[in-house]
Ligand binder design. Structure first.
Ligand code: BV8
Length: 237
């Protein structure tokens, strides 16, 4: 059977959990250890930039050893199968890690930003950065010092590429949500948008998310097991 002519996949921290990167709202999640308001808001950054820069420097350093897992690989396989059949495929991730790219995914939208990029608050240039940054970091574009921040979307800030995401959701025939609690908007509202567009909706997660009852199809278990199995079934159908 041919693949759906347009697939949108949304991933969250759960798809990277088995690669050793923390989730946010699980028992030992990041927001249970660190105060969200102090670390993931512009106000928190303004109050204590060193504390916030240190938090993101630690997470950027983790990327030097983190490796993608079989769930990331399965999505890269699905993307290439869609490309081979001329079907549209868009991978929207809430994650700020680079494991989808490491696994070979090409059409990736990081709606909450990326740990491997930094943004200058003076000239707004976004540049790739694998190293620690701080209040003495110089912008490589405008050469000013002390204006470089993580290229991360904090609470109260507008997620990235929302028009592109909205267009894809309005035309998709299948929407797959993987490894996300459905706690953060606007990402948590994407399943409704896809449903209104007439898409078939699928949730693949460790446990039912806050939106579980909305999905047409749900499968629960570790992403590295259920995502490859689900993709294999879709490709062999
Ligand atoms: C905005 C920064 C508007 C990067 C993050 C409507 C209603 C209510 C509230 C709002 C609303 N609209 C806006 C809001 C406010 C707010 C919000 O949603 N608040 C929530 C808490 C109620 N939203 C915003 O502020 C957003 N901005 O809407 O702007 C605007 C309009 C005009 C002009 C300006 C602005 C911005 C949201 C982005 C915030 N940044 N992070 C970082 O530090 O990483 S959000 C944070 O949560 C993370 O980035 C993460 O991406 C995101 C979602 O979390 P999940 O990925 O789902 O992770 P979580 O731990 O929650 O869940 C993990 C799941 O995986 C679990 O279900 C678990 O069971 C599962 N799992 C675990 N292990 C496995 C697994 N699954 C499979 N296998 C496993 N092994």
């Amino acid at each position: 059977m041919p693949l759906p002519r347009s697939i949108v996949v949304l991933t969250g921290a759960g798809i990277s959990a088995e690669s050793g990167l923390g989730t946010f709202r699980d028992e030992d999640g990041i927001w249970t250890k660190y105060p969200l308001e102090a670390l993931a808001t512009p106000e928190g950054f303004a109050r204590d930039p060193d504390f916030v820069q240190g938090f993101y420097n630690d997470r950027r350093r983790q990327l030097k050893t983190a490796r993608h897992n079989r769930a990331h690989e399965a999505l890269a396989r699905l993307e290439s199968a869609c490309r081979a059949e001329g079907a549209d495929f868009l991978l929207v991730t809430q994650n700020v890690d680079n494991l989808h790219e490491q696994a070979g995914s090409r059409n990736v939208v990081h709606m909450h930003g990326e740990l491997t990029r930094v943004r200058c608050m003076n000239c707004f240039t976004v540049t790739v950065c694998q190293e620690d940054i701080g209040t003495s970091t110089q912008c490589t574009a405008c050469r000013t010092v002390g204006h470089v921040r993580p290229h991360i979307v904090w609470f109260g800030e507008m997620p990235l590429e929302m028009n592109r995401i909205g267009d894809a959701l309005s035309q998709c025939r299948m929407f797959v949500s993987i490894g996300t609690s459905g706690a953060v908007y606007p990402a948590a509202g994407f399943v409704q948008e896809a449903m209104y567009a007439g898409a078939r909706t699928v949730e693949l997660n460790l446990e039912p998310s806050e939106n579980a009852r909305v999905f047409d199809e749900t499968r629960y278990g570790p992403a590295s097991e259920i995502v490859p199995a689900w993709v294999d079934r879709l490709l062999d159908a």
